[in-house]
Design a protein around this ligand. Sequence first.
Ligand SMILES: Cc1ncc(COP(=O)(O)O)c(C=O)c1O
Length: 453
Amino acid sequence: MKKLLAEAADRAARYVTGIANRQVVPLPADVARLEALGGPLPESPSDPSEVLALLDDIGSPATVATTGGRYFGFVIGGSLPAALVANWLAGAWDQNAAMQVMSPVAAKLEEIVLEWMVDLLGLPAGSGAGFVTGTTMANFSALAAARTALLKHAGWDVEEDGLFGAPPIHVVVGDEVHISVLKALSMLGLGRSRLTRVPADAQGRMRLDALPPLDAHTLVCVQAGNVNTGAFDPAGEICARAHEAGSWVHVDGAFGLWAAVSPRYAPLLAGAGAADSWAIDCHKWLNVPYDSGVAVVRTPEYLHTAMTLSAAYLTPGDGREPWHYAPEGSRRARGVELWAAMRSLGRSGLREMIERNCRQAKVFGERLRQAGFAILNEVVLNQVLVSFGSAEDTRRVITDLQNDGTCWCGGTQWHGQTAMRISVSSWATTDEDVERSVAAMIGIARRKSHKRV
Ligand SMILES: Cc1ncc(COP(=O)(O)O)c(C=O)c1O
C-alpha cells in the first residue's frame, strides 16, 4: 500500500509541477486516446499499480489545466497546496461526514470552518450552514430554508403538507439572476417562471427604483457577483426594504461574497450581511478542490427544519449533526479542505489572493483597452468582458485563443454583444501568466482583425 501511495504521489507531483508548461487544453490526439480506458470490463482483477498507471498515462494528458495559472474560463479556481494535500488525506480517511458518530473530525471541522467563514465574510455569528457540492446546491438548501420560514409564518408546514394548497410565495429576482437560482427554485416547487424579474442596469445590478412592493410572503434573491460583469446588486438597500415588509432575502454570493475579505472590495457588498441566507462557493475563489459550497442561514432552525431526518438506527449525538443541515445523507468530508485552505492562507493570505486576482483583472482590462479593444464592463472585481469587434471577430478570437493553448477563455453575450469572458479566480495566476495571456490575446486578435492593427 505504501509503495502504491508513493507512486500516486509521484505521478501527481509530475502533473502538478508540469502544469505551468503545458498547454491549457488537451490535444485532440490525447482526447482520442481516452478510448483506451474503455472496452469490455475485465473479467479478473488488475494490479492497482497498473490501474493507476493507465489512469495517469491516458487520463492526465486529457485533463484541462484548470489548476494552472492561465485558465480564465467560467469561474474556476485552482487548488491551493494545503487544500490539495488535505484532500489526499481525506481520501485516505474516507470519512462519512453525515453524523458525528461516523466522523468526529469531519463534524468538528465543519463547525470550525463555519465559525471562521461567518467571521471572514461578515455574516452573523450563530448562523447555521450546510456543506454541499457548490452554489447550485447552496442556493437550493438556503432557499429551502426560506420556503420553510415564509410558509411557517403563513401558518403552513411545508415539510409535512407539501406545496399543494399552500399560501403562495412571491419570488423576486434580478433580471441578471444566475440560472442556478432558477434551477433551485424549480426543484423547490417555486417555479422558474412564476417570479418577478426586476430590470437591471448596464452592469447587471438590480434597479432599486424597479423593485416591486414586498410583503411577508416574498422571497427576494439578490446577487453578489454577476457571472459576466462581477457587479453586485444593492444588497443593503434591498435588505432594508425587504425586512421592513417581512420578506426573506437570499444572497447568491458564489464568488462575490469573498470580496468581503478585502477592505478595498468589501464596500461592494455593503449590507449583504443583513440578509437571511447566503450561498457561497469554495471551489471557485477559495481555491479548494472540486466540489465544495456552503449554504449559510441566519436562523439555523429553518435550515434544520428543511433538511432534518431521523431513523431508529441513527441516534443523534449532542450538538450539531451535519446531516440535519444539508440535502444529502452520506457525504464526503468537505470541511477538511476548507479548513486546510483557510488555515494555510490565514486572513492576510486570503486577502492577498482576492486582491491580486482583482488587480490582475484590471491589468487585463487596461492592456486590452490600450490595444484598441472594447471592455464592456466596469472591472469592479475579477471579471472582464472584452469585444474584439464584430460578433464574428470576437468568436474567431475566442476559438483561436482556445486552440492556441496559452490560456483559456470562454464567450458570452452581454446586452446583445458577443464578448469574451476573462475570470481571474486562481491562487496560481502570476503577473507573468497575465502578461503572457494578454500578449496571446492581442496577437491573435490582431492577426484576425487587420483593421485594428
Ligand atoms: C453567481 C453564481 N451563482 C451560482 C453559480 C453556480 O455555481 P456551481 O456551479 O458551483 O453550482 C455560479 C457559477 O459560476 C455563479 O457565478
